[in-house]
Design a protein around this ligand. Sequence first.
Ligand SMILES: *Cc1c(COP(=O)(O)O)cnc(C)c1O
Length: 509
Amino acid sequence: MSSNPDEAARGRDAALAMAPERFAALGHALVDRLAAELGRLRERPVATGQTAAEVRAALGAERPLPRSGQDPESLLGEAATLLFEHSTLSHHPRFHAYIAASPAPIGMLAELLAAALNANVAAWHAAPMASEIEAQTLRWLAELVGYGVPADASMPCGLLTSGGSAGNAIAVQLALHAALPHSRVRGLAGARLAVYASDQTHAWLPRTLEQCGLGREALRSIASDARQRLSVDALRAAITADRAAGVQPLMVVGTAGTVATGAVDPLAAMAALCREQQLWLHVDGAYGAPAACLVGSPDAATLGDAAGDLAALALADTLALDPHKWLYAPIEAGALLLREPARLKAAFGAERPSYYGPADADDDGASGTDFHALGPQNTRGFRALKVWLGLRMAGRAGYQRMIADDIALAGRLAERVRATPGLELATEQLGVVSFRARPPGVDDEAALNALNRRLLARLQADGRAFLSPAAVGGRFLLRACIVNFHTTAADVDALPALVAELAATGPRG
Ligand SMILES: *Cc1c(COP(=O)(O)O)cnc(C)c1O
């Protein structure tokens, strides 16, 4: 006997089958619910302040796997309630943490469409249009940030990844293959290599050095200046010292928008040094690279003196950027762009799984791209769709406006922080503002750090705004990152007073 009325009439009784009419009714109900939730975000706290025990209790974390199923109508409603009541809401206008973007609604719908198609963007024949859309998306990303599109258009100019960490890691692998081709077969075999990056570089780098067997000791952490930008003199000195000691410099990693303070490294000078020293230059533009769309636009002034270095993105051998940050794509979407696309095929295309059939007869562009041969993933989701639809809906001009407005709001926040008694502004660059509470008479740095740590915990539990921390020069700071097109001037104006209020009501010292 069939227990699923949808399929009973058709023969097979599959527990997950759903008749089109029921799918439509469920989908409409879910979209209506989401529209209502998104419409009343301001009425919800941006974060709940609940403990892990409270969240686990709400979930019923200890419950065993259900033996039999439940109707999807009640399930989807329950899941939506569970999630909206126990989540930190990145699309809330007062969410300013972690450089996590507010997701574009069109991206949410794109995820549904992509899942419905279930394209496997591994083999062209498995996903012809999705593969072409990914290739076009990559080209548009390169155009948007001024990276330039390679003359050889027969291959995509990169690939989409799960995020910045994954894209950055592939760049290190490509640099390693370029410097030590034999390492692909023989491993590192005692090679002594060095990778140079500023002391502000994101944690992906030491992790990647461990993963590729280079080891953390290969990292040369170069001092940054008072504005958290890599010191080119210190970089040159470190390269010279390594060469003298018989260590082979492998690559230089620059950052366009550091995670702590939004600093843009002196990329133009770093590119010149890399050219002179014949070193691979990788730029981690995970969050900051999209701001390069403002270079040469009427809003270029919002970039301050970072404009010249953002223009130098075009000089990088490889560039990572995250559409799930400043391009407002729902998580996950990262990208790696590269100057010589053939290097990806050389790195990942050697072993062709037999189930994809023989390689197409030509590589001249007449046949489509098999993305599995360009990266470490085999089965690959259709990440491109949400990015592509966002780029089409907003266009270059739309992104320029959103990013310039985010940066301007961050500038406004910095001014308000400066004008608020008891608060001390630390940095303001590229949409990131860092500051701390500094009550009159408290001068001891350890006491200030302890006070601000407690203040941030209170703010995160309070629910009226959500910030994350940054550490700069041993100081514990509150960091607001405006990567959120829902945030308004009024939201920004309310923040300093809220922080000052919480600082005044909390325990001192
Ligand atoms: C976010 C970020 C990363 C890591 O990217 P994921 O997408 O989180 O993997 C690396 N570098 C910088 C500068 C970032 O902002």
